[in-house]
Each structure stands twice: as C-alpha cells, then as structure tokens.
Design a protein around this ligand. Structure first.
Ligand code: NDP
Length: 239
C-alpha cells in the first residue's frame, strides 16, 4: 500500500495508460480523480471520474478548486492525456499542429499551473509528465507530437526547480514510454508496430501496466530523492 492516504489526479484516466495507472494506484491505497473527456470503461470504488478537457484553462482552475475542497490535499498529478495527429511536415495542417499542442503541451501547463502551487502550499507532492520515446529521439511524421513530448520534458525539469524553491518537497519527473499497446496505436500500421517491436532490446511492445509501475515508483515515497529526471520505459528502444 505504497500510496495509502494519498490523492492522485490522473488526466486521460478513462482508458489506456491512465486507466492502468488508476487501477494500480487505487490498489496501492490512493484515492483517484480520473479526468477525461470520454467516459471511463471501468468502475472502481476509489476512482472518481471527472469530465475535464485539459485544453480549457478555466475548467482546469475550477477542477483544482473542486478537488482541493473535496480531498483537501492533492499529492500526485499525472499529466497523461495526449493525442496524435500524424503527418509529414510538408503536409501538416495548422489544425493538426494546434490540436496536438493544445492537448499535449498547453493541457499539461493548464492543470499544473494550479495544482503545482497547491502542492507547494500544502507540503509537497509528485508531478509526473507523460512524455514519449518520440520526445527523446524524434520520429518521422510526428513533428507536432515530438515537439509536445520534448516540451513536457522541459516543463518537468523547470517545475522540479520552480516548485521546490521554497524547500517544499514537490518533485516533478517525466516518463518517456516506448510503444505500449493502447488505443493510441490504432492508427499505426501493424508492419510498423512489428518494426518497433523488433527494434527494442527486449523484442516486444510494452503493456500499460509496465508504465503504471514506473509511475507508481515516481508517485510514491520510494522515489523521495528523484526529481527532474526522464525515466525511459521502452524495452530498450532507440528510434
Ligand atoms: P489513449 O488514446 O488510449 O488514451 C488517451 C486518453 O486521453 C483518452 O481517454 C482521451 O480521451 C484522453 N484525452 C484526449 N484529449 C483530452 C483532453 N483534451 N482532455 C482530457 N483528456 C483527453 O492513449 P494512451 O493511454 O496510450 O496514452 C496516454 C499518454 O501516453 C499520452 O500522453 C500519450 O501520448 C502517451 N504515450 C503513449 C504511448 C503508447 O504507445 N501508448 C507511447 C508514448 C507516450 P478521448 O479519447 O475520449 O478524447
């Protein structure tokens, strides 16, 4: 029960990696606020679902007020909501660029600018930005996604410095997953997925629970001296 007594906010918590994290964190004793645009595909006693579009800054402010009032202290924030709109740079439209930046980059800022200070004021916390192997190495046809996922690494490193400035233990780290079997890969052709699997040192794609376990480490006090890092969880993939 490594998260006993803690409250965690997980964006994109309705499915995929967010759902895996919500399930594991709840099993470790946390109360979860799973924020998402879509309806969750699961129900658990310790998981409250909250409909939130992370691109809406005012809605993020109201959500933080609600969460702080109801749960008193938010201990963990996982900025996990993310989308892809892939295309070669020469064919990328403004809409494709703007949509990905709005969710994956501005969405992370929108919530953390309220919850980070809340953690500072209430004695500490752990913030986890979900980046990607694409944010570390870049990838053909994903300039918008790569920009956003490199961006959240910079944000994590900045917040690790900024929110701990007063001596309050607010830690902030990024996780860079490799290719993990969730709906986000639906649009990726199977032959490309096979190629990515073969390119890993372990010879396979990842499972959502393997990212959830890394997030549990960073969320819990097991990582009490870990901040400002990028934890790559990718089976040894180098793009
Ligand atoms: P999924 O597509 O399975 O889940 C993403 C969730 O985010 C969905 O429930 C989606 O809701 C939600 N979401 C999208 N836009 C918003 C928004 N504006 N506000 C709130 N919620 C939103 O993806 P994964 O679980 O695979 O991905 C989770 C994170 O991990 C993403 O940031 C992704 O970039 C990252 N990642 C994933 C990898 C993978 O291989 N799976 C690899 C590397 C990184 P809805 O669909 O209803 O809009």
């Amino acid at each position: 029960m490594r998260l006993q007594g803690k409250t965690a906010v997980i964006t994109g918590g309705a499915r995929g990696l967010g759902e895996a994290m919500a399930r594991l964190f709840a099993a470790e004793g946390a109360k979860i606020l799973a924020c998402d645009m879509g309806e969750p595909q699961y129900k658990l006693d310790n998981v409250e679902f909250y409909k939130l579009d992370v691109t809406d800054g005012e809605a993020c402010r109201k959500f933080t007020e609600y969460a702080a009032e109801k749960y008193k202290k938010i201990d963990i924030l996982v900025n996990n909501a993310g989308i892809t709109k892939d295309g070669m740079t020469r064919k990328m439209t403004d809409d494709m660029w703007d949509a990905v930046i709005a969710v994956n980059l501005k969405g992370v800022f929108n919530l953390t600018r309220f919850i980070g200070p809340h953690m500072e004021d209430t004695g500490g916390g752990s913030i986890i930005n979900i980046s990607s192997v694409v944010g570390e190495y870049g990838n053909i046809g994903q300039v918008n996604y790569a920009a956003s996922k490199s961006g959240v690494i910079g944000m994590a490193k900045t917040w690790a410095k900024e929110f701990a400035r007063k001596g309050v233990p607010v830690r902030c780290n990024a996780i860079a997953p490799g290719y993990i079997m969730t709906d986000i890969l639906k649009t990726v052709p199977q032959e490309l997925l096979d190629k990515f699997a073969a390119a890993t040192m372990l010879g396979r794609l990842g499972q959502p629970e393997e990212i959830a376990k890394a997030a549990l480490f960073l969320a819990s006090d097991d990582s009490s001296y870990v901040t400002g890092i990028v934890l790559s969880v990718n089976g040894g993939l180098r793009l």
